[in-house]
Design a protein around this ligand. Structure first.
Ligand code: SF4
Length: 477
């Protein structure tokens, strides 16, 4: 039996809170899982004191990525999908001032914000993003549990207890896919598009109604994050004094066109004049808007990570408002199914964690996902879809991760715009190409990305210890 775990489109595209999937969403989920573990072992009511240790990259860029805040929100019992994000600041301030933490909203404990979450420079062996929760129980005994945030909001334990269930689910897929070559073979044998194959697999996990409801929710969050970003002025938090740019950019692009809600927004944009420069600006504006929302602890869709959350919606929105004014949920669904599958190929064959592979694993993968989704909607063959994804990644190979001040702002926000534009260009090149003559198959570029990741100097893997992060001083900003 192949030891491959099933990855659903809902693993690759999930609702979360910014700024980082590995450093915010992952630790948040880890805290929730630890509470569930304590309850399952009937230790929850015995806990008297808790302490959290962050290791490696989670520690080095944890302050800028709000890892401490996310961990606390998880300990407080909030869920990243449903929490009212407008109360995050007040929740944290209350804890800081009172020195008390209401564990899972049930048990009040002493907790010092500054002392009970420790940032350790040391890396744990299993993965660069380690987090250990420790508790002292009423009987004086201690208990601890370690989790690893492996990118894209995925959280695992070293012993990987869920792995066998996920492997079984993979085996039960009608079309189990590990490599891009298998995917295209299924398409040929069944005479289906990539989205049809992915949908069949998804149906072995959930009903059609659940798939449609879930994808509509994801699109709604993507759309709202673009809308909120385009309608919010000011400066991003964190101390870099980064001005939000999508607000003014959007104002200039939309001009006098009237609309009054997020629903009216799409038809309003369709009425605006779009020449090449406007198209570039609209796509950039959509990408910047999502990542400005992400940088201010807003709600976005992890695609495949939070730092790269703007690329996929920007390209899908481009299709909706510029390329096809009749586009409906059917196109949105197909785009997401293809994009999710492309992302899962990278997760299976390489990584989507910047702490493992640098920014090629985030923006590179998001660009490849978007290029694939767009190419299918443009009428490309399955081979052209894979070619577009390959082209998009090929020109991100070696991209390092060097966020200034550990914040997901510079270079991150603009990188999403570049990833989106590259995805559109990759799709167009693939549409003009005979994909059977492609020199670099997608599987080879995935392997190359992984080899490049292993060769990359550790300081370029989400540590803020190299590149722009050391060249640009916070005091200059
Ligand atoms: S540089 Fe790239 S990988 Fe690193 S935090 Fe920014 S977007 Fe993520």
């Amino acid at each position: 039996m192949r030891k491959i775990e099933c990855i659903s489109v809902f693993d690759m595209l999930k609702v979360g809170v910014g700024p980082s999937s590995s450093h915010t969403l992952g630790p948040w989920r880890a805290a929730q899982r630890w509470i569930a573990e304590l309850k399952q072992k009937e230790r929850f009511n015995e806990v008297e004191k808790i302490h959290v240790d962050l290791y490696g990259s989670l520690s080095l860029t944890g302050k800028g990525h709000a890892t401490d805040i996310a961990t606390i929100l998880g300990l407080l019992g909030h869920d990243p999908v449903t929490m009212d994000i407008s109360i995050i600041e007040s929740e944290i301030e209350r804890l800081k001032h009172s020195g008390r933490l209401l564990l899972n909203g049930e048990r009040e404990l002493d907790f010092s914000f500054n002392e009970d979450i420790k940032f350790n420079r040391k890396f744990l062996e299993f993965h660069p993003n380690g987090i250990t929760f420790r508790a002292i129980l009423k009987n004086g005994k201690k208990t601890s549990s370690s989790f690893y945030s492996i990118g894209g909001g995925f959280v695992v334990k070293k012993e990987r207890k869920n792995a066998s269930k996920k492997m079984k689910n993979f085996q039960e897929f009608p079309f189990p896919v590990e490599k891009a070559t298998e995917l295209v073979q299924y398409c040929k044998a069944e005479n289906k598009r990539i989205s049809d194959i992915v949908l069949e697999n998804e149906r072995s996990l959930r009903s059609d109604e659940e798939i449609d409801t879930g994808l509509k929710q994801i699109w709604q969050v993507m759309l709202e994050s673009m809308y909120i970003g385009c309608h919010t002025e000011g400066t991003l938090p964190g101390g870099l004094n980064v001005k939000r740019r999508s607000f003014e950019m959007h104002q200039r692009l939309i001009g006098d066109t009237e609309y009054s809600s997020v629903e009216d927004w799409i038809p309003a944009i369709r009425k605006t004049e779009v020449k090449f420069r406007q198209i570039l600006k609209w796509v950039s504006c959509f990408a910047l808007s999502v990542n400005e929302v992400n940088a201010s602890l807003g709600r976005v869709v992890t695609a495949p990570t939070n730092g790269s959350a703007g690329t996929v919606p920007a390209v899908l929105m481009y299709y909706m408002v510029i390329e096809n004014h009749q586009a409906s949920f059917d196109e949105i669904k197909r785009f997401m199914l293809v994009a999710g599958e492309i992302g899962s190929l990278f997760k299976k064959g390489a990584t989507i964690s910047a702490a493992m592979g640098g920014c090629q694993a985030e923006i590179g993968v998001s660009s490849a996902m978007a290029a694939g989704g767009l190419t299918e909607l443009l009428g490309g063959t399955p081979e052209q879809v894979l070619m577009a994804s390959e082209i998009a990644m090929e020109h991100h190979l070696g991209l390092t991760c060097d966020p200034i001040g550990g914040l997901v702002q510079v270079p991150c926000i603009e990188r999403n715009a570049m990833g989106a534009i590259k995805a559109i260009n990759a799709a167009e090149i693939a549409m003009e190409s005979d994909a059977s003559r492609a020199k670099v198959p997608l599987d080879k570029v995935i392997e190359t990305m992984w080899e490049t990741a292993k060769d990359m100097n550790k300081k370029y893997k989400e540590t803020s210890e190299g590149g722009l992060a050391v060249k640009v001083n916070l005091s200059d900003c």
